[in-house]
Design a protein around this ligand. Structure first.
Ligand code: ARG
Length: 718
C-alpha cells in the first residue's frame, strides 16, 4: 500500500481478552528452541473488553520511525533483526535509505518520554527481489539493527514458524500495532499499543469473501504466501499504520508469528478481512538473510501438529450480510429512538449502534443559553422498540457545526448500557462518504426531531430518488438555490408522488430520509432544506458525517453500498442543461415515439384532421399522472437541439397538432422564430397505401398493439 497511506498512528478495534492466555503462557514446550528463547511474554491481567494492550504483553512489538514519527510496526526476531513489511520502505519502487529509519523497542505508549524504551539505528533493509506491490505478495522486509537490542522483560523476540508449520484455520490469534482505530481515524493520545483478536481464515474462505461485490472494484487474488485473518462481519481488523506488525498465535506456551500485517480494503469492513504475509512460507528466505548472525532467529518445531489437515479446502464460506437496516416493514423502524428530555416534546432519532443514538442537535440546544447543551443528562431517557424500560443517557456529543449549519444539525447520545441488538432494536445502516445512492432508489420518510404526531401523513410515503442534476433543475425553476450535483452530494431529492397529488404542503419539515438497497435501509438524509412547499423535498446527506459518527461511536454501522448497477454511464453533469418546465414549475417529461401517419390514421379510424401527430408513450411512462394535460411535443435533432414539433390537441395526451404546416403563419406573426431546414426535423413518409393492416384495424385505439411499427424514438428526458 502506498506510503502516503501510512499515517503516523495506530490500530483498530474492540478486543476481548484472550482467555486461554494466562494459564498457558508460561507452560514449557516439549522441544527446546534452537539457540534463542522466543515467544515468551509476561502473563498479565487484562481489562475485559479493552483494546489497550498491557505493558509487556507483546515484547517483540517494535515501532518503526521515519521523519520523526511512527510509520509502521515490526517484530523483533533476533537481537539484531526486525521483521516488517516491504511496502513500508518502498517509494516508487525504490528502497528508502536504511539510515533514515530508527527502531523503537520496548515501547508501550508513544506519548511523552518513552520510559524503558530504547532506540536502534538501522544498518540495512532487505526486501525479497520479487516484491513489487502488496497485492502480488512477498510483502516482507528484514531490518538489520546497527547494534543488538538489549533484551529484557519488555524486549524479547517472537518465535518464527518453519515452512512446515500449519496454523489451523479458525484459530484465534492476535494482531498488535499503533495504527488507525477506524478508517482515517488515528489512534488517540496517549498512543497506547493496541491489540485485537483475529481468527485465521482459510484461503478459500478469504477468496470467497473478497469475491463478494463491494465498494472497491475488486479482482483480488489470494496468493500462496498470503494469509487472511479477521471476521466475515468485519468490525475487528488492523488498519493503516499497523503494517509490518505481527500476527501471533500461541502454541505450547510460546507465541509464533503467523503473519505480517500487509493490506486490506478499508478497515473492518464486511467480507474484507485483513491480508497478512504468511511468515512460514518465507522460512528459507529469512534464514538466508540472517545467516551468520549469532544468535539468529528461533524457528522452534511446531509443538503439536494439528490433527486434521487444515489446508483441506472443504471450508464453508459464509458471506456476511449487513447487520443493520433490516425492518419488518416500511414504517416499523426497529432503530426508531425517542429521546425524552424533561420539559420538552420527545425528539426522534435513530439507533446507530449498540450504544449510540443519532438525533438532531437542535432538539437539545437551548436557544437562550446559546450553544451549551443542558447538563442534566440524569433525567433524560431514550425509548427504543421492544425494550421493556427506557434507556439512560451517559453522554451527549454535538457536531461541532451543529449550532450554525443545518446540514450538520446532529448530536450523538451514548446510552449508559449498550443494548442487545436483535430484530428490535436494530441499528439503521449509515453510508460511507463515497456512497452513491442510485437515482431511482426507493426511499421513505422517518420521523426526525420534534416532528409531527405519530400518525402524520408522511411516514409511509414512498419516494423515488432523483438524480442530482434533475434535483438542481427542479429547484432552479422554482427560484430556490439547490447546489449543483457533487461528489459527495450536497442534496438528496426524493420525489414523493402522493404528496404532489394531495397538493398539501407540510410546514413541518422534521423528517429524515431512509433509502433502501437490497432490502437494507440506510439513513441517507436528514431534515429537508428550508424549502417551504417546494417539491420535491431535498435532504441534507448523512454520508458526509460518516467519519465524525464513526470517530465518536467507534462502532456505528457504516455499511458498504449494496447496489452497484450504475447503468451504462454515471450521471453526466458538465454538459447537461435543465429541461423546460410546465405549468407548476416542475418540468416533467416522458419519452414518446411518433407513429407514422398511416398508423395514426388507422388507429383513430380516419377521424383526425390532417397533420395530426400521434405518439406512443415509452414503456412504463403511459400513466405518468403528473404529466400536464397539454404538453408540448419536442424532438431532439442529431445535433442536439430541441425542436418544437407539435402542440397537444386539447384533452389528449396522445394527439398533437403538427407545427410544420403552420410555419408560414408563425414566421409572419413572430418574425424571429427559428425553423430548421426540413431535413433537420423529424420526417415521416406521406402517401403510400391507405389500407390499414388487418391487425391494426382490430387494435384501433390501442397504440400499444403497434409497438413494432415505431418510426422514430424521441427521448426527451425521462
Ligand atoms: N497497509 C496498511 C499499512 O501500511 C495496513 C492495512 C491493513 N488493513 C486492513 N484492513 N487490515 O499500515
Amino acid at each position: 500500500m502506498a506510503r502516503h497511506l501510512l499515517l503516523p498512528v495506530v490500530m483498530l478495534v474492540i478486543s476481548p481478552i484472550p482467555g486461554a492466555f494466562q494459564d498457558s503462557a508460561l507452560s514449557p514446550t516439549q522441544e527446546e528452541p534452537e539457540d534463542l528463547d522466543c515467544g515468551r511474554s509476561e502473563p498479565s491481567a487484562r481489562i475485559v473488553g479493552g483494546s489497550d494492550a498491557q505493558p509487556g504483553t507483546w515484547p517483540w512489538q517494535v515501532s518503526l520511525h521515519h521523519g520523526g514519527g511512527h510509520i509502521c510496526g515490526g517484530s523483533l526476531i533476533a537481537p539484531s533483526w526486525v521483521l516488517s513489511a516491504a511496502h513500508c520502505f518502498m517509494t516508487n519502487g525504490t528502497l528508502e535509505p536504511a539510515a533514515e529509519w530508527s527502531v523503537l523497542l520496548g515501547v508501550h505508549s508513544q506519548d511523552g518520554p518513552l520510559d524503558g524504551a530504547h532506540t536502534r539505528a538501522v544498518a540495512a533493509i532487505v526486501v525479497p527481489v520479487n516484491y513489487s506491490q502488496v497485492e502480488l505478495g512477498a510483502d516482507l522486509a528484514l531490518l538489520h539493527l546497527a547494534s543488538p537490542a538489549s533484551l529484557g522483560p519488555a524486549v524479547r523476540p517472537v518465535c518464527l514458524p518453519r515452512a512446515s508449520h500449519r496454523f489451523v484455520h479458525g484459530t484465534a490469534c492476535w494482531a498488535t500495532g499503533w495504527g488507525d482505530v477506524q478508517e482515517a481515524d488515528p489512534l488517540p493520545l496517549p498512543w497506547v499499543l493496541q491489540e485485537v483478536e483475529l481468527r485465521l481464515l482459510g484461503e478459500a474462505t478469504c477468496q470467497c469473501l473478497y469475491s463478494q461485490p463491494g465498494p472497491f472494484n475488486l479482482t483480488l487474488q489470494i496468493l500462496p504466501g498470503m494469509l487472511c485473518a479477521g471476521y466475515p462481519e468485519g468490525r475487528r481488523d488492523t488498519c493503516q499504520g499497523d503494517s509490518g506488525g505481527p500476527l501471533v498465535c500461541e502454541e505450547g506456551g510460546r507465541w509464533f508469528q503467523a503473519g505480517i500485517t500487509s493490506f486490506g480494503f478499508g478497515c473492518g469492513r464486511r467480507n474484507r478481512p485483513g491480508v497478512f504475509t504468511a511468515v512460514a512460507t518465507y522460512e528459507a528466505w529469512i534464514r538466508e538473510q540472517v545467516m551468520g548472525s549469532e544468535p539468529g532467529p528461533a524457528f522452534p518445531t511446531q509443538p503439536q501438529k494439528p490433527q486434521s489437515d487444515p489446508q483441506e479446502p472443504r471450508e464453508n464460506c459464509t458471506i456476511a450480510l449487513p447487520e443493520c437496516g433490516k425492518a419488518p416493514r416500511p414504517g416499523a423502524w426497529p432503530w426508531e429512538a425517542q429521546v425524552m428530555v424533561p420539559g420538552s416534546r420527545p425528539c426522534h432519532g435513530a439507533l446507530v449502534s449498540e450504544s449510540w443514538v443519532l438525533a438532531p442537535a437542535s432538539c437539545f440546544l437551548h436557544p437562550s443559553s446559546s450553544d451549551s447543551p443542558p447538563r442534566d443528562l440524569d433525567a433524560w431517557r431514550v425509548l427504543l422498540p421492544s425494550r421493556p424500560r427506557a434507556e439512560r443517557v451517559a453522554r451527549l456529543v454535538q457536531h461541532e457545526n451543529a449550532s450554525w449549519d443545518d446540514a450538520s444539525d446532529l448530536a450523538l447520545l451514548q446510552l449508559r448500557t449498550p443494548v442487545n441488538l436483535s430484530a428490535a432494536p436494530r441499528p439503521v445502516c449509515l453510508p460511507h462518504p463515497e456512497h452513491y445512492f442510485l437515482p431511482g432508489s426507493r426511499c421513505r420518510l422517518a420521523r426526525w426531531g420534534r416532528g409531527e404526531p405519530a400518525l402524520g401523513p408522511g411516514a409511509l410515503l414512498e419516494a423515488e430518488l432523483l438524480g442530482g442534476w434533475w434535483c438542481h433543475c427542479l429547484y432552479g425553476r422554482q427560484g430556490a438555490a439547490v447546489p449543483l450535483p457533487g461528489d459527495p452530494p450536497h442534496a438528496l431529492c426524493p420525489a414523493y408522488q402522493e404528496e404532489e397529488e394531495a397538493g398539501h404542503c407540510w410546514n413541518d419539515s422534521h423528517w429524515s430520509l431512509l433509502c433502501q438497497e437490497e432490502g437494507t435501509w440506510f439513513l441517507a438524509g436528514i431534515r429537508d432544506f428550508p424549502s417551504g412547499c417546494l417539491r420535491p423535498r431535498a435532504f441534507f446527506p448523512v454520508q458526509t458525517h460518516g467519519p465524525w459518527i464513526s470517530h465518536v461511536t467507534r462502532g456505528a454501522y457504516l455499511e458498504d453500498q449494496l447496489t452497484w448497477d450504475w447503468g451504462p454511464d454515471g450521471e453526466e453533469t458538465e454538459t447537461q442543461t435543465c429541461p423546460p418546465h410546465t405549468q407548476h414549475g416542475v418540468p416533467v417529461a416522458a419519452a414518446v415515439s411518433i407513429l407514422t401517419p398511416r398508423i395514426c390514421h388507422c388507429l383513430y379510424q380516419g377521424i383526425l384532421p390532417p397533420g395530426t401527430l400521434c405518439v406512443l408513450y415509452a414503456e412504463g411512462q403511459e400513466n405518468r399522472c403528473e404529466m400536464t394535460s397539454a404538453p408540448p411535443l419536442l424532438c431532439q435533432t442529431t445535433e442536439g437541439s430541441w425542436v418544437l414539433v407539435g402542440m397537444a390537441v386539447q384533452g389528449s395526451r396522445e394527439l398533437f397538432a403538427a407545427i410544420g404546416p403552420e410555419e408560414a403563419w408563425i414566421s409572419q406573426t413572430v418574425g424571429e422564430a427559428h425553423f430548421l431546414p426540413s431535413s433537420g426535423s423529424p420526417h415521416w413518409p406521406t402517401g403510400g397505401s391507405n389500407l390499414c393492416p388487418p391487425e391494426l384495424a382490430k387494435a384501433s385505439g390501442s397504440p400499444r398493439a403497434v409497438h413494432f411499427l415505431l418510426l422514430l424514438t424521441l427521448l426527451i428526458q425521462s
